[in-house]
Design a protein around this ligand. Structure first.
Ligand code: SF4
Ligand code: SF4
Length: 58
């Protein structure tokens, strides 16, 4: 599993990239991209995203 990024809301601010403990998020073309293989579902990025663009994957 991995978190889902709402690309309509994401501003590419990189807060999630900086906060992710396992470096599962990278900013590409000013949008956050999650590596589902690396993400451990810790939830840090969901809490830290100022745009509330990140949600729990299903
Ligand atoms: S913290 Fe939110 S708005 Fe900022 S890059 Fe990550 S997903 Fe996008
Ligand atoms: S849930 Fe945790 S491990 Fe997954 S992308 Fe967000 S901060 Fe990184």
């Amino acid at each position: 599993m991995a978190v889902i990024i709402d690309l309509e809301k994401c501003t590419g601010c990189a807060t999630c990239e900086e906060g992710c403990p396992v470096e599962a998020i990278k900013i590409e073309n000013e949008k956050a991209v999650v590596d589902a293989e690396t993400c451990v579902d810790c939830g840090t990025c969901i809490d830290e995203c100022p745009e509330k663009a990140i949600s729990e994957g299903k």
